[in-house]
Design a protein around this ligand. Sequence first.
Ligand code: URA
Length: 235
Amino acid sequence: MTCRSSRALQQRLESLASAGVTDLPRSRAPALPTAVVEPLAEGRPSESGREAALEIIRAEVAACRRCEALACARTNTVFGAGSAAARLCFLGEAPGADEDVSGVPFVGRAGQLLTKIIEACTLSRDEVYILNVLKCRPPGNRQPSPEEVAKCREYFERQLQVVAPEFICCLGTTAAQALLHTTEPIGRLRGRWFQHGAAHVICTYHPSYLLRNPAAKRDVWDDMKLLMARMGVRL
Ligand code: URA
């Protein structure tokens, strides 16, 4: 092995470890074949049709003033990112400071950890779709209020309707409780399967929680292994 490739391998292992990966298969499965990503069934909208539908919602969100205090404080609304035809959506809570500035979800420290988790699952940010319950940053990164969730619900529900993912992964309490209309705590929701329309839903801890509680990365990796197994993605 050359010096450069062993350094690359070491970096990859460090990235997996910081994403919470605790075990790897003995021999690496061949790179994920595109065949495991099932082709869109006939009659479903094309990716460009979905992108156009999302752009309409994006424009509505950009002009939204349903929560006047959030609208006054925001730099940008943060709509969503990734593939409009994704099989898997990650639903987070609300933009933080970095997302408010960039207009892109999950780009701060928690976002970088989410990216590592996605890559540990052998996927990329471009092939999943990432969105939040709230489209505006709550001041001081406080938790969204029930009123704010209620006012923003229409947007994330419509995004999910357009993307029509087979799988949704809720990141943290706010996302899980909002999507599933429940008040159960995340500790009891994680590791189980739910349904949202036609989509299979799994919940796990939010990456921000993992930054404060690295020991919980093991639980998230267990949840990701459940999710990838059901998606037919070999790790
Ligand atoms: N936390 C979230 O829930 N969403 C983001 O986009 C960033 C941090």
